[in-house]
Design a protein around this ligand. Structure first.
Ligand code: AMP
Ligand code: ZN
Ligand code: FE
Ligand code: FE
Length: 292
């Protein structure tokens, strides 16, 4: 069984498992490789790489960067990055500050709606990792203000909901450049969250992203129907993009999602990783030539 999961989160961002426990869970699920792709942070990668070496699981150093896009959200996955790259680290510090400024503003809005929630409660749920809206949602569920994680987003926290607070994001071009400069390949995560109006519209966006250096598109994802997977696969073929796939595992934050599953009984083949690796070599050569 040569299966992979190229999109998982640890408690360095908004997953519930530590990088070590995450690697153990992936091993239990018979994965051959996983990419740890925490939101805007690489802080879980050293622990994941060490655990992977100990347990015999290939760890692909990754990241998921939120890029500026309207009306929906654009997440760019970086795979095979050098997570100790200085330039990348400097840029991520900017995002960390943006989050630190934004979270208290969301809490203040919720308090204005009469909900008794504090920043301390949210920080505690995050357990020392980077704080995000899923942690706030968790607290709202735990305190009984909403019946479910999804309701927390629908009523309060979602991009179009009343307690939403925007935060600084890099442009898609910049996000792709950061990943490429760190030796990685960039992939558009869960394309449907762009809220594109048609496949033609999505194609236009993808062409632009490809011109900026995008290498792949996340075709396999639990929220993509088989039809959608096929459409994305066709688009990738037309545009000369590679495919990735992953579960977007978050542990108990999204309990219905299991590592390695991108649909009922559906897994992602290791073959995708081999194709990506060929590309990584090419990207690194190009970057080397540019800097010489
Ligand atoms: P943040 O990084 O703090 O902006 O939080 C982003 C995360 O919140 C995403 O990765 C999703 O896991 C979750 N999220 C955002 N919007 C929604 C939504 N409408 N419904 C459910 N989860 C969402
Ligand atoms: Zn997340
Ligand atoms: Fe995402
Ligand atoms: Fe994700």
């Amino acid at each position: 069984m040569d299966y992979v999961d190229l999109h998982v989160h640890s408690n360095a961002s908004d997953g519930s498992l530590s990088p070590r426990d995450l690697v153990a869970e992936a091993k239990n699920r018979s994965m051959r490789a996983i990419a740890l792709t925490d939101h805007d942070t690489t802080e879980g990668l050293d622990e994941a790489l060490a655990a992977g070496a100990a347990l015999g699981l290939e760890i692909i150093p990754g990241i998921e960067i939120s890029a500026d896009h309207k009306p929906g959200s654009m997440h760019i996955l970086g795979l095979f990055i050098d997570h100790r790259h200085n330039g990348l680290d400097e840029q991520l510090k900017i995002l960390k500050r943006a989050r630190a400024e934004r979270n208290p503003l969301i809490i203040a809005k919720l308090q204005k709606f009469g909900l008794a929630i504090t920043m301390e409660e949210v920080t505690e749920v995050a357990g020392g990792g980077q704080v995000g809206r899923p942690h706030i949602a968790r607290v709202l569920v735990d305190k009984g203000y909403v019946a479910s994680f999804q309701e927390a987003f629908d009523r309060f926290l979602g991009n179009h909901a009343p307690a939403y607070v925007n935060k600084f994001r890099f442009s898609p071009q910049k996000a792709i450049a950061m990943i490429t400069a760190a030796g990685g390949v960039a992939a558009l995560a869960h394309p449907f969250t762009l809220e594109y109006t048609s496949f033609g519209h999505l194609k236009t966006i993808l062409q632009q992203l490809r011109d900026w250096g995008l290498t792949a598109i996340e075709v396999f994802y639990p929220e993509h129907s088989r039809e959608k997977q096929q459409s994305y696969k066709n688009l990738a073929g037309e545009l000369g993009l590679l495919m990735t796939g992953g579960s977007d595992y978050h542990g108990i934050i999204k309990p219905e999602v299991k590592i390695g599953l991108v649909g009922p009984g559906q897994h992602v083949a290791y073959e995708l990783v081999e194709k990506l690796k060929e590309k990584v070599g090419q990207v690194q050569l190009q970057t080397l030539n540019l800097s010489m």
